[in-house]
Design a protein around this ligand. Structure first.
Ligand code: HGY
Ligand code: MN
Ligand code: MN
Length: 432
């Protein structure tokens, strides 16, 4: 009797009923992800081993082209929106569902590090590539977004949440271009920003992978941070006007010394911000005296103020206390202060369901987790105006960031991207 050939396809089909290929067996390619990160770091690499790639710079443009190449290799449909954000799209199996968005930013602060924003951006592309090469189609459409100019005040993500104003567009950035010029430089169209704005409900959710930038996870040897909320970030340009005069012939009691006033102001900010309990922070990050010579009493100082906290009312209280003390400094030094607010992002709590999903995904992968706030601002807090958000942190060595010494290990980066992948898969199975 003729033996019938073994029917392998029937076997595979029946086996898959018994041992369904679980999407949760998927893992990202950590070696490829870390390779992409080190290639990205070449654009704007500094002698100190960090990254200087401010938004709208030549290095930023080169890095954007590199990232778009990777997004196309990940089988995403890539475009640049009118605000200059890079958007990679893939259709879902259920056209009725709103997109799930993942992403971050690839611009850096001046003389910064090679991980802030970059881990989340390359990690999101890696997740998309892993899904594509395993033929996993989500129910929800997928959007991978690299937001432009996050470091200049979450500009690209803000453009999705609200129309950027002429005041926004006229801000001069670290690249010395205005935001309007910068958007044109990177391929956006500042006259069509209305086309970028999304409505609440246009997205099913947004999840961002990011380095912690603080030291808690590293100190406590925790693998994954589940972010409970993101602080509101408020920046002001501060100008102090006194009277420039001869540094030799002007008696000490007849001076209007703008730099002396600045010294009193800087001390006042630190004293006031540390005078109340909590995790609020206040920083004077920039200062320049004019004309700036040994033999001239400074007539003008350009400086700054940054205030952050999870509670917007506390920020307002601190700002008012600082204003009251500045009035006294003006009288004592004969100077005049002017505060021009340049950015104000609202504190943003993450979504409880997203926190639970991130925690479950991390634990299922065998990682330890910790719930913690974000002292840094992120694009996620702008997108929080549109949909529920979640954030995944990985450890920053010694809590260093915005520095060439910023560092996260390849293993932690791989862990974070796997948590992002599995969070996305879990969210995709939910009715958000
Ligand atoms: O400034 C921040 O908190 C963020 O890194 N842009
Ligand atoms: Mn960042
Ligand atoms: Mn940053």
């Amino acid at each position: 009797m003729k033996r019938r050939a073994f029917n392998w396809s029937l076997f595979a089909a029946s086996a898959s009923l018994v041992f369904p290929f679980s999407r949760f067996q998927l893992r990202i390619n950590g070696q490829r992800l870390n390779q992409h990160l080190s290639e990205l770091a070449q654009f704007g690499k500094t002698p100190e081993g960090g990254t200087h790639r401010v938004a709208y710079s030549a290095e930023d443009l080169q890095a954007r082209d590199y990232a778009m190449k990777l997004m196309r290799e990940a089988k995403l449909e890539v475009s640049v929106d009118a605000a200059g954000n890079i958007v990679g799209r893939r259709a879902g199996s259920d056209a009725a569902r709103k997109p799930l968005m993942i992403g971050s930013h690839i611009d850096s602060v001046p003389a910064g590090g090679s991980y802030d924003g970059q881990v989340g951006s390359m990690g999101a592309i890696e997740v998309a590539q892993t899904l594509a090469e395993n033929n996993v189609r989500l129910r929800h459409p997928l959007e991978v977004v690299l937001f432009q100019n996050e470091e200049g005040g979450t500009i690209g993500s803000a453009a999705l949440a609200r129309p950027l104003t002429d005041k926004d567009l006229s801000i001069v950035t670290n690249s010395k271009k205005t935001i309007r010029e910068g958007i044109q430089f990177i391929g956006g169209d500042p006259d069509k920003l209305a086309s970028v704005v999304r409505k609440k409900g246009d997205l099913a959710g947004y999840v961002e992978l990011h380095i912690e930038q603080g030291g808690l996870l590293h100190q406590e040897q925790i693998n994954i941070g589940v972010v409970e909320g993101i602080v509101g970030v408020n920046w002001w340009e501060v100008t102090i006007d006194g009277f420039a005069n001869h540094a030799g012939t002007t008696p000490m009691n007849q001076r209007k010394d703008a730099l002396l006033a600045a010294a009193k102001y800087i001390d006042a900010v630190n004293r006031i911000v540390t005078s109340v309990p909590g995790r609020q922070v206040g920083t004077v990050g920039k200062i320049q005296a004019f004309p700036g010579a040994f033999n001239i009493v400074p007539g003008r100082v350009a400086t700054s103020l940054g205030l952050r906290d999870l509670d917007a009312a506390k920020v307002q209280m601190l700002y008012e206390k600082i204003q009251a003390e500045v009035r006294q400094i003006e009288v004592a030094t004969g100077t005049k202060f002017d505060f021009k607010q340049v950015t104000s992002s609202q504190p943003a709590p993450t979504d409880a369901r997203f926190r639970r999903v991130i925690d479950e995904a991390a634990r299922a992968l065998g990682f330890t987790t910790k719930l913690l706030p974000s002292g840094a601002g992120h694009d996620a807090q702008e997108i929080a105006h549109l949909c529920p958000i979640g954030m995944i942190f990985i450890p920053s060595r010694d809590g260093i960031s915005h520095s060439p010494r910023e560092f996260s290990t390849p293993a932690d980066i791989t862990n974070g991207a796997n948590v992002l992948l599995h969070t996305l898969l879990k969210l995709d199975a939910m009715n958000l």
